[in-house]
Design a protein around this ligand. Structure first.
Ligand code: RIB
Ligand code: CA
Length: 318
């Protein structure tokens, strides 16, 4: 996409998410950045059941004064696999720990698939899909409307790992949850940015960063600080970290600031047949498979720059 000199390019986005504490940060960032324009939000089961992830997306949009953004619910289970028991560390609601408002508006009565296809058809230019949950909705879109693949500029996803997993030893949650969906996405030929654990486990929101959110003196600042404190508990107990990884925010921030993440272009395949390796993202660093590279895989991040982007974004709301 080319823009006239001095014009901030506003990249149109569809954000598919499963809020989830880090999804909430990704949403605030996507809404706040001048380089990005959120056309629609779709929700998927992941950190919590679909009804809760949808409610949580609406609660965050209500908090941020952006109930103009259309929201539609998508898949409540993986394409093939059995649904999983929701993870506990996002709390009973899937977004516990803060004084979030009830949704001021409902989700649309259409499905995520309908909203995404309508949005892609109506967009004046190809749309970037940001996926911060299991890839079920994105895969179903690609299968149901293959003719629209050309309307998708790229897919920036939080998911995968070239090293240790977080749901099994092999796999990160978003890919593990629906490996067949992930395989469809990685085989689609659409440009992919992969913000996997290799980079998102560097993206910790530490106590001084949370204090900056509190220091904004706004309701949004206080709510996001409380959300991060809640999200920190699990990560301190499990990893001994001083703060939570804002995984999903990386998939958004990387779009707003392409220099934020150091990446390598690699061939990535998703394991769907393994028992111990279900959902592993296998990077073919030496090109042994002969298959073309299909993803820019994040390896390192400027954490301080990320935190500045997040604090500035939250600071742009009341
Ligand atoms: O593994 C981390 C991912 O799983 C993040 O997207 C988090 O929100 C959960 O969905
Ligand atoms: Ca998520």
């Amino acid at each position: 996409m080319r823009y006239a000199a001095g014009v901030t390019p506003t990249r149109p986005l569809i954000l598919d998410c499963d809020p989830g504490h880090d999804d909430a940060v990704a949403l605030a960032l996507a809404l706040a950045r001048p380089e990005l324009r959120v056309l629609a939000v779709t929700t998927v089961a992941g950190n919590a059941g679909l009804d809760r992830t949808t409610r949580n997306a609406l609660r965050v949009l209500t908090l941020l004064g952006r109930t103009d953004v259309p929201v539609a619910a998508g898949a409540d289970r993986p394409i093939v696999r059995e649904p999983w028991a929701p993870v506990g560390f996002h709390g009973e609601s899937g977004l516990d720990g803060a004084d979030l408002p009830e949704p001021a508006v409902p989700a649309l009565s259409v499905t995520a698939l309908e909203l995404a296809t309508t949005t892609l058809r109506a967009a004046a230019e190809p749309v970037t899909i940001v996926a911060t949950g299991p890839l079920t909705n994105v895969a179903l879109l690609l299968r149901a409307a293959p003719g629209l693949a050309g309307r998708i500029a790229e897919i920036s996803l939080m998911g995968g790992s070239l090293s240790q997993g977080n749901t099994t030893a092999s796999a990160e949650f978003n890919i593990w949850a629906d490996p067949e969906a992930a395989e469809i996405v990685f085989e689609s030929g659409i440009p992919i940015r992969m913000a996997g654990l290799d980079v998102t486990h560097q993206a910790l929101m530490l106590p001084p960063d949370i204090a900056r959110l509190d220091g904004l003196g706004t309701r949004a600042g206080r709510v996001f600080a409380d959300l991060m404190r809640f999200f920190a508990v699990h990560h301190r107990e499990r990893y001994g970290w001083d703060g939570p990884p804002i995984h999903d925010a990386v998939a958004v921030a990387w779009l707003a600031d392409p220099d934020l993440v150091r990446s390598e272009r690699l061939r990535v395949d998703v394991e769907t047949a393994g028992i111990h390796t279900r959902g592993r993202t296998v990077a073919d660093r030496e090109g042994l498979s002969g298959r073309p590279a299909n993803a820019d895989v994040g390896l390192d991040i400027d954490r301080e720059r990320l935190i500045d982007l997040v604090v500035d974004a939250v600071g742009s709301f009341r």
